[in-house]
Write a protein that binds this ligand. Structure first.
Ligand code: NMX
Ligand code: MLT
Length: 474
């Protein structure tokens, strides 16, 4: 445990030093300068945790037997759709309105979370603070967290060697997940568990691992990108930059607009309540007391599926195939034909539909707004806009699609492509870096609240048929 204290003390020192620098020469802000523990995320959590533990205890004691709905046979054979079965504190999804991070919608986050410059895109560090504490951080708190993450952003050489053992042709997600697995060697939770840590303290090494993991994944991800696509010409960390800006920099993109896009991208992809495949997988694996690295690597393997995170790759590849076949100035009629051709060949239209959402994903909308502001004339953006017109009526016509509207993945690729990040197979890695923030934030709370092993009941078709016979004869 001494290690954790030392890291926290260092973080506090770094935090107060940076608060000092940013306030010098500004007497008003100097008066408002917060104490070093105000700037330290760990101290805030330490204060919040007992309160939340009490809240959960009370909820369980007073309302533990309250029913939340009926489970139907459809739900059991239909991927548990509509079945409430998880506690997830960091965000909540409304089918019509979309995601809220600790109660804040995406436009509210864009307005309230600190940015590099006023009116700019939210800093992902601010979102991390919000997800963990439920409070909107000040710019000073975000700067302190940025600097803490920078302090943790070191990756041992064996991680890179593990990635290097794979062929360059290995999918970027395979290379990324391999790197995350190799990072696990440094797990503080695993070490603490082996030493017999008391369960009431689990959250502390989980916090250490989670913050380190969040700090380190951009380095691993950038390594994978530069290794595959840029002849292993690696770019070191720039300590003057924030989390999103530095990630973009290490990938090799230094247009300030691309830095802003990366901040927005990492913020909006971070969390989507608990039931999506990656979050749920991370949570499930963590419920066995697997450490954050093991849990997050598992989550990434779910994210790598084409119905989930890999859809962002599929969207750009699909859009490029449209352009290859019909050109950039494709007519609406030609586009309709292309969509039908995709459906008739037994494929899905990537970037459309959702397991829970029933309207256009607000993550799509805010990316569209970004495009309207920064790349209104881009031909691929215009194609994405045409798809918004063409695809929903066709999916509705199919008669079985519950949500014909675009999701987050329908838009991200054309924005990245515009700024030069055109390698579609890499896109899910970006999603993965962002999701580390949501999954790890909840994981810290899983440990703080002492959430148990996840183990739902399964049944066979025989069991279901017998049950239904009994129900209909009673
Ligand atoms: N294109 C074609 N068919 C679709 C689509 C689509 N975009 N969306 C749903 N359907 C089909 C679906 O395959 C199913 O067909 P069947 O009964 O023959 O198996 C039927 O419509 C009913 O599905 P839903 O209940 O509407 O959707 P479900 O909850 O099962 O699946 C998705 C949700 C997201 C997997 C589905 O909409 C899809 O495959 N979309 C395309 C892939 C995609 O964009 N995924 C990314 C989701 C966001 N993310 O990042 O994770
Ligand atoms: C996500 O961001 O995880 C996706 O939209 C999928 C989901 O929520 O099920």
């Amino acid at each position: 445990m001494v290690f954790f204290r030392t890291v926290s003390a260092l973080a506090r020192l770094r935090s107060s030093a940076s608060a000092h620098q940013s306030t010098l020469g500004n007497s008003v802000r100097w008066l408002q300068m917060q104490s070093s523990s105000d700037l330290d995320l760990h101290s805030h959590l330490k204060e919040l945790i007992p309160e939340q533990q009490e809240r959960l205890k009370k909820l369980k004691a007073e309302h533990g037997k309250v029913q939340l709905g009926n489970i139907t046979v459809d739900m059991v054979i239909g991927g548990m759709r509509g079945m409430t079965g998880l506690l997830w504190e960091t965000s909540l999804l409304d089918p019509d309105e979309g995601i809220r991070f600790r109660g804040l919608s995406i436009p509210e986050c864009q307005k309230l979370l600190p940015a590099v410059k006023p009116g700019g895109e939210p800093l992902p560090e601010g979102l991390l603070w919000l997800l963990l504490t439920g409070k909107v951080p000040s710019k000073e708190q975000v700067d302190a967290l940025s600097s803490e993450l920078r302090g943790r952003a070191t990756v041992p050489d064996y991680v890179y060697k593990a990635i290097d053992a794979l062929p360059l042709t290995a999918h970027p997600m395979t290379q990324f997940t391999t790197g995350v697995m190799a990072l696990q060697v440094q797990s503080e939770f695993q070490k603490a568990y082996e030493k017999g840590i008391h369960k009431s303290k689990y959250w502390e090494p989980t916090y250490e691992d989670s913050l380190s993991l969040i700090a380190r994944v951009p380095l691993v991800a950038a390594y994978v990108y530069r290794r595959i696509y840029k002849g292993s010409q690696f770019i070191p960390v720039d300590d003057s930059l924030d989390y999103g800006g530095n990630f973009s920099h290490m990938l090799g993109f230094d247009d300030p607009k691309m830095h802003e896009l990366m901040r927005l991208y990492v913020t909006i992809h971070s969390d989507h309540e608990g039931g999506n495949v990656s979050a749920h997988t991370g949570h499930l694996v963590a419920s066995a007391l697997s450490d954050p690295y093991l849990s997050f690597a598992a989550a990434l393997n779910g994210l790598a599926g084409p119905l989930h995170g890999l859809a962002n790759q599929e969207v750009l590849l699909w859009i490029k195939s449209v352009v290859d076949e019909c050109g950039e100035n494709i007519s609406i009629e030609q586009l309709k034909e292309y969509v039908w051709k995709t459906l008739n060949s037994g494929k899905v239209v990537p970037g459309f539909g959702h397991g829970v959402l029933r309207k256009t994903d607000p993550r799509y909308t805010c990316q569209r707004e970004f495009a309207l502001k920064h790349l209104p004339d881009d031909p691929l953006f215009q194609l994405v806009s045409k798809l918004y017109e063409v695809v929903p009526p066709i999916l509705t016509e199919l008669g079985k699609v519950k949500n014909p509207w675009p999701n987050v993945d329908a838009h991200s690729g054309v924005l990245l492509n515009y700024f030069g990040l055109s390698e579609a197979r890499y896109y899910t890695v970006l999603f993965g870096v962002s999701r580390s923030i949501g999954i790890c934030s909840q994981l810290i709370w899983d440990r703080a609240l002492g959430l148990p092993l996840e183990r739902p009941k399964s049944v066979t078709m025989d069991w279901l048929e017998n049950h239904c016979r009994k129900v209909s004869s009673s």
